[in-house]
Design a binder for this molecule. Structure first.
Ligand code: NI
Length: 139
C-alpha cells in the first residue's frame, strides 16, 4: 500500500463493540484491515452482479465416481468450455467419493452458467461455487 487516505466513521457503540469482538475472533489485528477486506468483498460482490464483468470462480464438487456417466459428463462439460476452464484438481477421498475443484475464468454470466451446470449434474452430492475477482481494481 503506497498511499492511504484516512476516514472517520460514526457508529453506534454497540455495533462497534460487536464488530470488534467479531474481527478479533477472526484474527484481525486492527479495524482498518478488517474494514478494507469488507470493502473488497463488497466490490467483488458488485462485480458478480454485472453479467459482463470479468471474474474468477472455483467450483467445488463432491461426487460418487460410481455414478454412471458422471465422470464422462464432467469431462465433456469442461471440454465444451475449455477457454474458460483454467485447471482442475481431483482428489480421491475414499473408495467411492471424489472431490474436484475447477477454476473457471470468464464473464460473471459465463462462470455462473458453467458452475450451475456442473453442480446440477446427477450424482454430484455437494457443489458450491466461490466467487472472486481477477484482482484488478482491488488494492
Ligand atoms: Ni476420484
Amino acid at each position: 500500500m503506497s498511499q492511504v487516505d484516512r476516514i472517520g466513521i460514526s457508529l453506534p457503540p454497540e455495533l462497534l463493540h460487536t464488530f470488534d469482538a467479531h474481527i478479533r475472533q477472526h484474527g484481525y489485528d486492527n479495524r482498518s484491515e478488517a474494514i478494507r477486506d469488507i470493502i473488497r468483498d463488497y466490490l467483488v460482490e458488485q462485480q458478480w452482479q454485472d453479467e459482463s464483468a470479468p471474474v474468477v470462480g472455483t467450483v467445488t464438487l463432491v461426487y460418487d465416481h460410481h455414478t454412471r456417466q458422471l465422470e464422462a459428463t464432467l469431462t465433456d462439460v469442461q471440454h465444451e468450455h475449455h477457454e474458460a476452464i483454467q485447471c482442475t484438481t481431483h482428489v480421491h477421498l475414499d473408495a467411492h467419493n471424489c472431490l474436484e475443484v475447477i477454476v473457471v475464468k470468464g464473464t460473471s454470466a459465463q462462470v455462473r452458467a458453467i458452475a450451475d451446470r456442473l453442480i446440477a449434474l446427477r450424482g454430484v452430492k455437494h457443489g458450491k461455487v466461490v466467487c472472486t475477482g481477477t484482482g484488478e481494481n482491488l488494492t
